[in-house]
Write a protein that binds this ligand. Sequence first.
Ligand code: HEC
Length: 398
Amino acid sequence: MDINLVSWLELAIRWLHVITGICWIGSSFYFIWLDNSLTAPEDDKDKAEGVSGEVWAVHGGGFYHKKKYQVAPAHMPAELHWFKWEAYFTWMSGFLLLVLMYYFGANLYLIDSAKYALQPAQAAAIGLMFIGGSLLFYNLLCESRVGRHNLLFCAVWFAALTLAAYFLNQIFTGRGMYIHIGSMIGTVMAANVFLTIIPNQRKVVDALLAGEAPDPRLGKMAKQRSLHNNYMTLPVLLIMTSNHYPVMFGNPYNWLLLAGMAASGLLVRHFFNQKHKGKEDYFYPLAAGALFLIVVMAAMPQTVAPKADGASVQVSDAEARAIIRANCVACHSDMPTHDVVTSAPQGVMFDKMSEILKFSDRIKARAVDSDTMPPPSEPAMSATDREKLGAWIKAQEK
Ligand code: HEC
């Protein structure tokens, strides 16, 4: 497919993904806030009708009075709102994006032949196996005894994902590994809605309509999954954003970096959950901030070419241009010669010296501080060339 057409398609699907993702996360965060903020009902009539909690809120010029019926109201209302399509569409658009970018563009984004020489179909099969496998493992874990202890569950699931990140990093590009961990978590979250939360709610409603008492286990199972989804949200958002940051996915310890930052996301989420229940404990955000800082400080010196400080090497303009011409200009040009990349990626071109200077920070980020450019599908750029380029960029800054 023509790379330009792919770009338009990607844009459309990504937009949909962001829109539905915001709707999903927004409504789920809202309901978690609601649930955590409930107080005992004041009205005796409400109590008699089975209201277990209520909350008052003001928003957009109106007052809202929400009531929660722990099991169910005495009469089913004529219209009942369900929240599921935002989850389904987020997953479907995300999956399409994954296939389009990482499986059709496997050579560019997923395969790193210096790590493992895979065919695109093999790489896609491994990716899909990990996504399917993680769903299976997660469900077994939920139903096992581990699933009954939230903290233990969290530790085991977190360790399993970190192990998967480590392993996938041995065979995929850093970016390909990141997106797969994100897809694994996202798939589990959407499946929780599709396979557990919604069907269980449906069974409860059906039982009530039939005048029977619903099985309380149904609600308990849905609650467990919904709690997991709550904590998994921030790590997934981190992964999706990290796509723009080669300092993360291009780091030699990218899998540890991911684990550390994801853990700080869990702490932030925990703080808000506690806060909504009226138990504000600033230990959690402080710990999250400290953890984030520690991770960044540990990661910062881990560049691919740490010697490229320009202290000793003298590199001429002509030499720097020659390095860029040899390694970058096949794609990053007004007239690319590459057979797949037929227009300058993200409009970034290095034909002229002025363009090279304009993008020097980004060149440093992608080809000196990380080895995320040229893409791993291309002939490797030598460490010496990266070092020289780094020295030259450093000299320009003086
Ligand atoms: C095979 C084609 C190809 C080659 C060769 C290539 N790139 Fe890229 N480049 C891409 C693609 C595709 C993107 C967009 C996706 C991305 O950002 O990874 C991109 C994006 C970029 C960006 C813009 C995104 C950002 O992070 O700011 C920069 C800068 C960049 N490349 C630098 C380089 C440098 C420097 C070289 C040579 C050392 C190089 N590229 C070689 C394909 C290529």
